[in-house]
Design a protein around this ligand. Structure first.
Ligand SMILES: [Fe+2]
Length: 316
């Protein structure tokens, strides 16, 4: 029997086209050609917005980037990423596992261990690498704060660096320094301005009834590119439609979030997102969110500007 499926409205089709479903996407084990032939560098990338640091910019399964890219990176225990630098800032938000991130300068490296919901913003032109020294795989969300980043500049790649030196991100023997937020070393002090611990960042209650922890932006790390926040939305809480002059994206970390779009005539469509699902709300699009579920939801939000918040959220 043929059943006529209702034809989706153009708004509904547009919303669906801006959703990245975790289960509909695949991890790419060959996203970084410079890793080919080096099993210790193995990592998998799942692209949601843009290509991130991968040259696979022609991937039609990823959303078109404006001011930032967003992807997931998976790293097995024992694997590492060679020390490199970018022309722009790049954030690592840990989702699962514990990641060791190193910053290098003049043969010295400061290493920080980051756990779930911790983040580091790798500063422009700083040599950085990462390694999974833990006992479980690491899953993290990487955002590069420009739509189309240039290829990374490798500083200590095993193709032209001794394997042990590459694994230590370029630290000469005995010149690895464990990060401490109060450390005296200038590189540790520099890094301290770019590390956010979830447990140490204040929880702000918005008047509309949800929580925010500012990671990048006023109250968090200073930046002139994008803002990044973690939102907590209690059961039953939602906000009225709002629009921004730039795009923003929601990546659900835990729970379920309902996101709606509204057109000029006030017609609305909505979609429910689960863990590791993402929606990209384009500039100017009126959108809203609500927790219709029986449990809290945690959302990672990236906003395509560094300007302070202009939206006054209103409880729906
Ligand atoms: Fe990087």
């Amino acid at each position: 029997m043929n059943v006529l499926a209702p034809v989706p409205s153009s708004l509904e089709a547009e919303l669906r086209a801006h959703v990245g479903r975790h289960v509909a996407k695949t991890f790419d084990w060959d996203a970084f050609p410079s890793n080919r032939g080096f099993p210790d560098l193995e990592r998998a990338q799942m692209r949601y917005i843009g290509a991130g640091g991968s040259p696979k910019v022609g991937d039609s399964s990823t959303l078109k980037p404006e001011h930032f890219t967003l992807s997931l990176i998976y790293k097995h225990v024992g694997k590492y990423a060679a020390c490199h630098a970018h022309e722009i800032e790049e954030s690592f938000l840990i989702i699962d596992g514990v990641l060791t991130v190193g910053w290098e300068r003049d043969g010295e490296v400061v290493e920080v261990k980051l756990g779930p919901k911790d983040m580091i913003l790798n500063a422009r032109d700083i040599g950085h690498g990462f390694r999974n020294d833990g006992i479980e795989p690491v899953l993290m969300s990487i955002s590069v704060d420009v739509g189309k980043p240039l290829p990374p500049r490798y500083l200590y790649h095993p193709k032209n660096t001794a394997p042990e030196l590459a694994r230590s991100f370029g630290a000469q023997p005995g010149r690895t320094i464990a990060f401490s937020p109060t450390g005296e070393h200038p590189l540790a002090q520099h890094m301290a301005r770019y590390v956010i611990r979830h447990s140490e960042q204040p929880t702000l209650w918005d008047g509309a009834g949800f929580t925010r922890k500012v990671y990048v932006g006023p109250g968090g790390i200073e930046s002139d590119t994008c803002r990044k926040e973690m939102l907590g939305v209690p059961v039953g809480v939602g906000v009225k439609p709002y629009a921004r002059e730039v795009e923003d994206a929601f990546l659900v970390l835990e729970g379920s979030l309902t996101v709606g779009w509204e057109d000029e005539a006030g017609n609305g469509v909505e979609v429910e997102l689960g863990p590791r699902d993402l929606v990209l709300n384009p500039a100017g699009r009126r959108h809203w969110f609500r927790n219709n579920s029986a449990g809290p939801v945690t959302v990672w939000q990236v906003i395509g500007t560094a300007e302070p918040e202009t939206v006054r959220f209103e409880a729906a």
